[in-house]
Design a protein around this ligand. Structure first.
Ligand code: MN
Length: 197
């Protein structure tokens, strides 16, 4: 058994003008595909190969298995955090939780954008929720994920240079600004209410 890269939930060019087809093609078909390929090589013939990917991530010590498993999963989560029909503000319980924990959507957006812009080197900006239901923004390096910190991921933005360099070159803040035009709050809301696994 081996891990299979899930289909992208939309066409490669569907997030234009935020991300163009070439950018998405490299990111999905080269970068994420390589994490799956490497993970399958590392786990060939091992019992972890038939475990759920999130179990592999939580159980793995720091090293190549963790890095490739987490990068494989993080990207799948990230694709779902964007939608061709995305953008705009959250609603309902998602908005209420953001209001409660960040003092409003604009303040949240600013804080998340700043953490994403200021993350040094490669990594991911996350909105996550702890066991008590409190939201927090986490800027995590390399493959690190809230799953490793006893937090549930709600939303993420990949700020590795490979995520934006074709479309935005060195301008990470412009890429972050564009993310809000395609952000998928419906997916985030499902993560918060527990209707995604
Ligand atoms: Mn990436």
């Amino acid at each position: 058994m081996s891990f299979k890269q899930p289909e992208l939930p939309y066409a490669l060019g569907a997030l234009q003008p935020f991300l163009h087809e070439e950018q998405m093609n490299y990111h999905y078909n080269k970068h994420q595909a390589a994490y799956f390929a490497k993970l399958n090589t590392l786990l060939e013939g091992k019992p972890e190969a038939s475990a759920p990917l999130t179990d592999v991530i939580v159980a793995a010590a720091a090293g190549p298995v963790f890095n490739n498993a987490a990068q494989a999963w993080n990207h799948d989560f990230f694709w779902n955090c964007m939608s061709p029909a995305g953008g705009g503000a959250p609603r309902g319980d998602m908005l209420e939780a953001i209001d409660r924990d960040f003092g409003g959507y604009d303040k949240f957006k600013q804080a998340f954008s700043e953490k994403a812009a200021n993350l040094f080197g490669s990594g991911w900006a996350w909105l996550a929720v702890d066991k008590l239901g409190k939201l927090e923004i986490m800027a995590l390096s390399n493959a690190d994920t809230p799953l490793k910190h006893d937090r549930k991921p709600i939303l993420t933005l990949d700020v590795w240079e490979h995520a934006y360099y074709i479309d935005y070159r060195n301008l990470r803040p412009k890429f972050i600004e564009g993310f809000w035009t395609k952000v998928n709050w419906d997916f985030a809301a499902k993560n918060l209410d527990g209707s995604t696994k």
